[in-house]
Design a protein around this ligand. Structure first.
Ligand SMILES: [Zn+2]
Length: 274
């Protein structure tokens, strides 16, 4: 099944799918094993940084081979890409979905870059995600969130022809200081004015009920990244406090298992009403 078809089914029923970023073989294994354990399909995501770390062909092979080995359905998505050349390479590698992120640009620039990518991706018939408004990133100079204006979203979608839109409704990338608050009214407005799949970025650290409320009101794809990295590294640190073990094959499974537990929980939260 194509990802777009899956997203259409979910959107119709006010349901969502988890999109989890992976960083290496082990985090991919943890995520895929979790999907298998709860019998759900999943979107595996790669950022340009992760692609540069693993190499494009290796990263793609990891996602596909691990999914095949565990016998689960997964789709591959390019997350937060601002380089058209990399988007092209990923389309050529058979990605199911790509994100063009020009959210740090003006509305008009974002519109024109996104339009180009939609055009480029047309013959591949894949899901194209863009971001309107700005979901803050810890590594960026722009620290504040810029909430998505519903009427802007309507115009942006009509003019670009994107199939998915990442919306800024109060979430942010990285860790939260204090409890995050999602602007559900704004989400409802955006949902009313557009027919695209709405994506929530920065879902790490958002309380379960808030997440479910967002899904109930129109979010179809939920992205998780920070918590996975954190869980993996925390698990390794915990082991190395009391161990000098050098056989990584004895150490890594503990971290993989903890990533699996985390993602299983996330999938359960996200698919509770599925
Ligand atoms: Zn994101």
């Amino acid at each position: 099944m194509k990802l777009k078809t899956k997203l259409q089914q979910l959107q119709k029923e006010n349901k969502a799918i988890l999109a989890a970023n992976f960083y290496n073989l082990e985090t991919c294994q943890g995520i895929v094993k979790a999907a298998k354990a709860v019998n759900q399909s999943i979107i595996l995501q790669l950022t340009p940084a992760s692609i540069s770390y693993m190499g494009l062909k290796t990263a793609v092979a990891i996602a596909r081979t691990v999914s095949q080995q565990e016998n689960i359905v997964s789709w591959l998505h390019l997350d937060h890409c601002s380089e058209i050349d990399l988007i092209k390479s990923c389309l050529d590698e058979g990605f199911d979905s790509v994100m063009i992120d020009a959210s740090d640009k003006s509305f008009d620039e974002n519109l024109s870059i996104t339009k180009k990518v939609v055009e480029l991706a047309k013959s591949f018939d894949v899901n194209v995600e863009a971001e309107l408004g700005y979901v803050s990133k810890p590594e960026s100079d722009v620290e504040i969130n810029k909430f998505t204006e519903p009427t802007d979203a309507k115009n942006f979608v009509l003019q670009t022809g994107v199939s998915s839109l990442a919306v800024a409704i109060g979430s942010k990338h990285g860790f939260y200081k204090g409890t995050p608050k999602l602007d559900i009214e704004r989400l409802k407005q955006i949902k009313k004015l557009t027919d695209v799949f709405l994506v929530l970025h920065g879902a790490s650290g958002i309380p379960s009920e808030m997440l479910q409320n967002a899904i109930h009101n129109g979010i179809t794809k939920v992205n998780i990244a920070t918590e996975t990295k954190d869980q993996f590294m925390k698990s390794l640190k915990e082991i190395f406090q009391n161990s000098d073990e050098i056989d990584l094959r004895k150490i890594f499974p503990f971290a993989v298992n903890n990533v699996q537990k985390l993602i299983e929980e996330k999938i359960k939260i996200i698919t509770t009403s599925n």
